[in-house]
Structure formats: C-alpha cells, structure tokens
Design a protein around this ligand. Structure first.
Ligand code: ADP
Ligand code: MG
Length: 572
C-alpha cells in the first residue's frame, strides 16, 4: 500500500526554487537556519498539542534535533522528534507556499538578479532552501498520534515535481536527508558543520545535537605496562544552550544571538534595526522581546498579511501572529510575549476580550513607543531610516490610538518649507520650536504631490511672513490630519481653508488694506460672482496671495480639496 504518487510543485514554488538556486549562492549556509528553525517549530507545536493530549509524546518527551553527516554518501541528515506531518500535510506544506501575497511577490520580480536577491531574502525561502546545496532531498516523517504505518516518504530533485509514498516509520517526527551537490560536499565536513550549527542554533530552545565519535580501545601510552585504555562510546552532544533565549539574563545574551533569534522568528534575513527585551514582575508577569525590522516586508500593505507577536504562556509556545497584542499601526513590530497570567489553553477567541490581553497590549504598545522615542532621540539617522520604511504605517496611529495620540504625533516626520526638499524629516516638536512670535497654529497643506504642495499659491503669504508650512502629499496624510487636529496645544490648520486665522500675525496696516481693497473691488467681485454662478459658494478679496492673481479655497466647514478628490476617486 505504498501508493507512490507524483505531484507537480505549485508554479510559485518552481519559480522560488529557480531563483533561489541562482541567487543565494553567496549565502548558502542559510539552509541550516531554515531546517533547524523548522525542527524547533515542530517541537514547539508538539509541546503545545501535548498539553491537552499527553499521549502524543508516545513515551518520548525529550524533544531534540539531531544533525549528522555521511561523508562517504555525501549526505547530511536533520532529524527531529517534533509534531511530524501526515501525507496531506506533506503534499500541502512541501509543495506549495502558504504565504499571503506570494503570487504578487513573484509578479513583481524584476529579472535583475541583484535586486531580486535582495527581495528573496525578505521573502524567506524556508524548507525549499535545502535545494541550494542538495540535488535531491528525501523527507521521512510521521505525525504524532498516528500509527507507524502512516509514515510518509517525500522525495524531489527540486525541479518540477516531487513524489510521496506511504511508509512504515516507527518513531514520530521528521528526518530530512540532503544529498549534497558535488561542489557542496564540504558541508559534510564535521568541523565546518559544527561552527555553522552553533551559529544557527544558539538561541533555539530545544537541544540541537551532533554525534561525537568515541575513541576505540587502545594501548595506553602512559600505562607503566602499556595497559589498554577502555573504549569511550560515542554520544549525542548538544551544540547549544537549549534554553529559551528570552528567559536568559540580558547581560548573558550577545547581539549576535539576538539577531539570529530575530531571523528565526521573523523569517527576515536582514539584521533588525533595534530590539527591546524586558521582564516584568509584579501585578502582571511577562517577558517581552520586541524587534524593529530594518526593512519593510514585501507584503507590508497586503491586507491579509499575518502580523503580531508570537505568544508563549509560561515558556510554552501557544500561537504565531497574536495580533491582539499589537495595534495595527505598529504591525511592523516582530517578537514575542511570554505571559505567566494567561491560561495555557488560551485560544484566539479567549484573547479577543480578555483583561490580561488588554493590559499586555497597553504595556507592549508603550514599550514600542518608548523604543521609537529613544531611537529618535539618540540616533536620528537610524530613526530616519526607520521612518523611510514604516512612517506611512505609523501615520495611522493618531486615528487608531487615542490614548497615545500625542506620543505618536511626536514621532511623525514631515516635509516642510523649512525642511530638506521632499524628505520627511521635520517633527512637530521642531515645528513648534520654530514658530513665530504670536503664531498659535501649525500650518500645513495636503496636495497630490510634493511639488504641488511646495509650489502651491496658498503658501505665498505665509512664506512672505516666514511662517513654516508642513508639506503633505502621501495618501494617508488627509486621514492623518482629520484625526490629528492638535499638537502641544496648537491647532493644525490647513492653508487651503477659507481663513488663515493669522491672529496677531496680521498687522493693523494689512487689515486696513484688506478693508480698503474689499470696498474698491466690490464691483469686480460682483461680476466674477455672476460669471461663475453656482459653481462657487463665494468670491472674496484676499491679501494672502502675493504673486498669483486668484486661487480656489475650501470654506471653513467644507471638506478640504484633497478629501473631495479622495471621495470622488472612491466614487462618492
Ligand atoms: P515556514 O516555516 O515559514 O512555515 P517552511 O517552508 O520552512 O515555511 O516550512 C513549510 C511548512 O512545512 C511548515 O510550516 C511546517 O508546517 C512544515 N514543516 C517543515 N519542516 C517541518 C518539520 N521538521 N516538522 C514538521 N513540519 C515541518
Ligand atoms: Mg520555516
């Protein structure tokens, strides 16, 4: 009943395999990170399932990963006793890519190898990275809780297809054998392998073991009568500390370990920009380890994109992508939370409205805002690079998070008439510190593009008076200013609105001049009004323009011109 079947890989997998083999040649060893990472995930999943179903352990609760090589055969084997896979699991997980936005990702590849290489790093290649070094991969697996006769053999040369076959497999878990390509045989070298494995498994919480050969019985060199030294048997030795990284003391963890751990949980190949690791005791007890990525993921704007933290309860992994702990405008944050207050059998539904969740979310949000504030203060350059990647997401903050509105607002950056071109570098705090004497408003303009904003006739008078104006032109900006109406007690005021409300910045002479102009121009105004009819709600004389003869403005209680355009575009 072996039933060997041949299946074709999903198109995207074929593309991935091709691209990977041709573009990741300078970073081949990452396949070990991926396979060790998967084995550790499999152990995590089993531990979680076994909480309610103890017999899944089948009498073997010592979860571990073992790596061995066979120099003669030119193979490397990675074996775990984790959750394993059923035949259906194998066909699905080792034949398709489950990430949201995958098809789009492949559509957007440029064909330019160096650019695509960057992208593939962000995408993450997972199990398929085996084919970077192997020309044939064999997977033997059996799911926990299934009988020995339900084992599965998967095999592929990484081209168009793979085979699956039902086999006997007595032990639970997964064994992956890589048949190394001729030029990759060096990976079967024990010494080299040990150093790579140490690097990729230090932060992993299950033991990752390699076999240490014993010594044969031999004539002892020191014995007075040359007596035999007894043989020492070989043994499996752990290559890592095998304690969950976040439970260790901060001072004992190296930056490299933090970085590797980030890559393990985020599937991102770049180093993170910054991290924050905290243990909290007292009313709530939890540990959080939060990372700011250096680069936005390829699917940042995909609505179905999974995000959120990994949730552990008392060090047991419970779920990925627990989005309840992170507001949507901080969805770029990666990391984990390990709570002592939630029940081990917690589900997404229970998390939904749970007091512990709410208070953890509040605490974690504050932690991230604090991390960003610190970065902005101590390393403006890094903050600017963060802003370039995630600024447009953070702009959703004032609308979403009322309680932290002011803190989020202080983290925003804008282009301005006092800034450096179109780059968003000016904070509201900078703006306020430069306000003119008597100025009580923060002036801004939202337009379709930076150029349209910077060259708008609405700026003329303000420019003449040396008043700074924030220049906004991103899609999200209109949404932002409709929720962020005040900062530091100063109102945000659009320069395209009816009245600039310059207050005491308007001098007496100007007021007089305005009145005089109004009387003198009354007949002209009448004629323009008649000519335009009900196309406009009013025609006014203004002193706000210095070079341009006329401009269209929105009345104070109207939608701004930009909002109108948005509504029109949405078919309203
Ligand atoms: P990811 O780990 O991001 O999900 P991978 O390509 O690395 O992507 O793995 C795909 C899937 O294959 C995993 O999600 C898991 O379901 C399954 N898998 C891979 N390796 C193992 C393993 N050692 N044990 C059990 N399942 C595995
Ligand atoms: Mg993986």
């Amino acid at each position: 009943m072996s039933q060997q079947e041949t299946h074709g890989f999903q198109t995207e997998v074929k593309q991935l395999l091709h691209l990977m083999i041709h573009s990741l040649y300078s970073n081949k060893e990452i396949f070990l990170r991926e396979l060790v990472s998967n084995a550790a995930d499999a152990a995590d999943k089993l531990r979680y399932e076994a909480l309610t179903q103890d017999d899944l352990y089948e009498g073997d609760g010592e979860l571990r990963v073992r790596i061995s090589t066979d120099k003669e055969a030119g193979t490397m084997t990675i074996e775990d006793n984790g959750i394993g896979m059923t035949r259906d699991d194998v066909i699905e997980h080792l034949g398709t890519i489950a990430k949201s936005g995958t098809a789009d990702f492949f559509k957007n590849l440029s064909g330019d190898e160096s650019k695509d290489t960057q992208l593939i790093g962000q995408f993450g290649v997972g199990f398929y990275s085996s084919f970077i070094v192997a020309d044939k991969v064999t997977v033997r697996t059996r799911a926990a809780g299934h009988s020995a006769s339900e084992g599965v053999l998967w095999e592929s040369a990484g081209e168009g297809d793979f085979t699956v076959e039902t086999i006997e497999k007595a032990s639970r878990g997964t064994v992956i054998t890589l048949h190394l390509r001729e030029e990759e045989k060096e990976f079967a070298d024990d010494y080299r392998l040990r150093s790579i494995i140490t690097k990729y498994s230090d932060h992993i919480s299950v033991p990752v073991e390699m076999y240490k050969e014993g010594t044969p019985e031999q004539e002892g060199p020191d014995g007075p009568e040359g007596e035999k030294i007894p043989a020492v048997e070989g043994a499996w030795e752990p290559m890592n500390k095998a304690t969950a990284l976040w439970t260790r003391n901060k001072s004992d963890i190296t930056d490299e370990e933090y970085q590797e751990f980030y890559k393990h949980i985020s599937h991102d190949y770049s180093d993170p920009l910054k991290w924050s690791h905290n243990r909290v005791e007292g009313k709530q007890e939890y540990t959080s380890l939060l990372y700011l990525p250096a680069k936005a993921p390829f699917d940042m704007w995909n609505r179905d994109r999974k995000h959120g933290l990994k949730l552990f309860v008392q060090r047991v992994f419970v779920m990925d992508d627990a989005e309840q702990f992170m507001p949507s405008y901080l969805r770029f944050v990666q990391g984990l939370i390990d709570s002592n207050d939630l029940p081990l059998n917690v589900s997404r539904e229970i998390l939904q409205d749970n007091k512990v969740t709410t208070s953890l979310r509040t605490a974690v949000t504050k932690r991230v805002l604090g991390m960003l504030e610190k970065l902005a203060k101590n390393d403006a350059e890094k903050y600017q690079s963060f802003w370039g990647e995630f600024g447009q997401v953070l702009k959703e903050g004032p609308a979403e998070d009322f309680a932290n509105k002011e803190r989020v607002a202080a983290l925003l950056r804008f282009a301005s008439t006092e800034g450096k071109g179109s780059a968003e570098t000016v904070s509201l705090t900078d703006y306020v510190s430069r306000m003119q004497e008597g100025q009580d408003k923060i002036y801004y303009i939202v337009a379709d593009s930076y150029d349209a904003a910077a060259n708008s006739p609405h700026l003329e008078l303000l420019r003449k008076k040396g008043i700074e104006v924030l220049l906004m032109s991103e899609r999200i900006d209109e949404w932002l200013v409709s929720h962020l109406t005040e900062f530091d007690g100063k109102k945000l005021h659009s320069v395209t609105r009816g009245d600039l409300e310059l207050g005491s910045l308007e001098d007496e002479n100007e007021k007089e001049a305005q009145e005089k102009l109004e009387t003198e121009s009354a007949p002209l105004i009448e004629r323009v009004k008649t000519a335009l009819g009900d196309k406009v709600s009013g025609v006014k004389v203004t002193t706000r323009l210095t070079d341009t003869p006329a401009c269209v403005v929105a009345a104070e209680d109207d939608m701004s011109t930009q909002m109108m355009k948005m509504m029109q575009a949405a078919g309203q």
